[in-house]
Write a protein of this length. Structure first.
Length: 279
């Protein structure tokens, strides 16, 4: 267990762990041109500091680093700082994928899947929003209409992410589950009624999986006591979404580019995964 990143000694330990991982995965390759002020390892550490302190803006994070961690990092100008955080987010995706693979290997039989909407702006500003115009779509969730993306997550009972996928808002949940099933074997997958599909049931069974979905009024079979107990576990994935949104600030409308939006999501996901890995 590494501990809180508010402790200077913990920052050194965290950086050392990340630096070893980056070196092992050969992620710190220098491209032609001027050497950046922050390495991938330092960027990843700063990303975790952002998550630890619950800071939602780059300006707030930059000010914190200047005030409290000026001796730990050689900070560039604010503009270059934001560019580096956005650019290195693509490299942090490799670390995220590694953490997801580790979580899948140590996960139990029972897994949960769900999706959550990620609006990129308020509905009243949809017609004026241009940044994510080529990526975001308008769709409807259980909370009403939104304009943005969807985050699909497969997790275990402890809230560890096993698989994730970002899609446009109008992509169906069953389409993503169909892709996830390619990598799942001998699992009980708990889902809501939006995942009911005979084709998915058959595909799940081909690899020894059981797809357990909530029942609707049209469902002709009765749920067993075990089914009800398992389905009652499904709200745990809602806790995961709540942490991402409320505590880590997944939803934002501040970025001024598509890369900025995607980098924000990557840093939030990385902070959540790393925190769970060391807890």
């Amino acid at each position: 267990m590494i501990g809180s990143l508010s402790n200077p000694s913990t920052i050194v330990t965290t950086f050392s762990v990340l630096d070893d991982l980056v070196a092992l995965l050969q992620l710190n390759k220098q491209v032609s041109g001027r050497k950046p002020s922050l390495t991938v390892s330092e960027t990843a550490t700063i990303s975790l500091i952002r998550s630890e302190y619950g800071i939602r803006t780059w300006k707030g994070l930059y000010q914190l680093l200047k005030n409290k961690f000026s001796s730990d990092f050689r900070l560039p100008s604010y503009k270059n700082f934001v560019l580096l955080m956005n650019r290195n987010a693509k490299v942090i995706l490799v670390l995220i994928n590694m953490l997801l693979q580790i979580n899948r290997k140590k996960s139990g039989i029972i897994k949960m899947i769900d999706s959550t909407h990620i609006p990129v702006c308020r509905n009243v500003r949809i017609n004026r929003h241009k940044t994510m115009k080529g990526v975001a779509t308008r769709s409807k969730s259980s909370l009403g209409w939104f304009y943005g993306l969807k985050l699909h997550v497969l997790s275990d009972l402890s809230g560890n992410m096993l698989m994730i996928r970002f899609t446009t808002g109008n992509v169906g949940d069953r389409e993503v589950l169909d892709a996830f099933l390619e990598k799942l074997e001998r699992s009980i997958i708990i889902a809501d009624a939006g995942y009911i599909s005979n084709n998915l049931q058959k595909k799940a069974q081909m690899k020894g999986n059981i797809l357990l979905t909530c029942l609707t009024k049209r469902t002709k079979k009765l749920a067993s006591f075990l089914d009800i107990c398992l389905l009652n576990l499904r709200p745990r994935i809602e806790v995961l979404f709540s942490i991402l949104k409320e505590r880590l600030g997944l939803i934002t409308s501040l970025p001024r580019s598509v890369d900025g939006y995607l980098a924000h999501y990557i840093h939030v996901i990385f902070g959540y995964l790393f925190k769970k890995a060391i807890s």
